[in-house]
Design a protein around this ligand. Structure first.
Ligand SMILES: [Zn+2]
Ligand SMILES: [Zn+2]
Length: 262
């Protein structure tokens, strides 16, 4: 079994749970330990982890890492730059990622991404012949991101903001510029463009992730990505499921490589 559930998504905290065979992996723990464990319990997930992967030091990814490490004893895999930028992790069992790491039958490959953090990573998990990508907090899809995305069977993909809503919205100009910069976050429109350009023929499910509370809506992000999905279908691409994620509510479990039911 190779499956994924997004437990929490957005600037209030991110966490994605992946099961690959016997392995239990957590990607980011951006909400405190207690509510995160409650979310896991609500999803029927035992509080047992073999490894925690931290993408970068922003608090919406980091907040619960130390607590989950203390609870589960799972080592924390992260980049050297992220460790330097997260002093609260200095005494945890950290494993510095310099390349891919093989755990049991799964290969977890970090991907350096453009984002305004010390040394941010996204992750591709490969188990047997199937692969899952967790692609959030990236300012733009560079060639390496496109290449990695084009091989995925399942993706957790950032669709942070609607460009229109961001610029018309309440944020100060400086913050608008940061979010929309090449080191900020992927917009709905950029996520849709990545789908259009780089979807693998085997892509079966896409979670719409890291949606902004103020600069996006569920409907808007879905509509933009669904437009891309339909355009791809017209070009003969096999269909894939688009799934919402919520701020603090586990998604259903999607099996990677076996399609997803809408
Ligand atoms: Zn984030
Ligand atoms: Zn970030």
């Amino acid at each position: 079994m190779f499956s994924v559930r997004v437990l929490a998504s957005g600037s209030s905290g991110n966490a994605t749970y992946v099961r690959a065979g016997r392995l239990a992996l957590l990607f980011d723990a951006g909400i405190p330990r207690r509510p995160l464990v409650e979310l896991m319990q609500a999803a029927g997930i035992p509080p047992r982890l073999d490894a925690i992967f931290l993408s970068h030091e922003h608090v919406d990814h980091l907040r619960g890492v130390r607590g989950m490490h203390q609870l589960t004893n799972a080592p924390v895999y992260l980049s050297p730059g992220t460790l330097d930028a997260a002093p609260e992790l200095t005494d945890v069992d950290s494993q510095l990622l310099e390349g891919g790491v093989e755990l049991d039958n799964a290969l977890i490959t970090p991907l350096a991404v453009p984002h305004d953090a010390a040394e941010p990573l996204n992750f591709v998990v490969r188990h047997k012949e199937h692969s899952l990508g967790i692609f959030t907090d990236l300012g733009h899809a560079n060639a390496a991101v496109k290449d990695a995305f084009s091989q995925l069977d399942c993706a957790v993909l950032e669709a942070n903001h609607s460009i229109d809503m961001l610029w018309k919205g309440p944020y100060p100009l400086e913050l608008k510029q940061r979010i929309s910069s090449p080191l900020g976050h992927l917009s709905n429109e950029e996520a849709a463009a990545l789908l259009m350009e780089c979807s693998s023929p085997t892509l079966a499910a896409v979670f719409i992730a890291h949606r902004s509370e103020h600069n996006n809506t569920r409907d808007r992000s879905f509509a933009t990505l669904d437009h891309a999905r339909r355009a791809l279908q017209k070009k003969g691409h096999s269909d894939f499921a688009l799934l919402h994620t919520e701020r603090r509510e586990p998604t259903k479990e999607v099996e990677v490589g076996h399609g997803a039911h809408r």
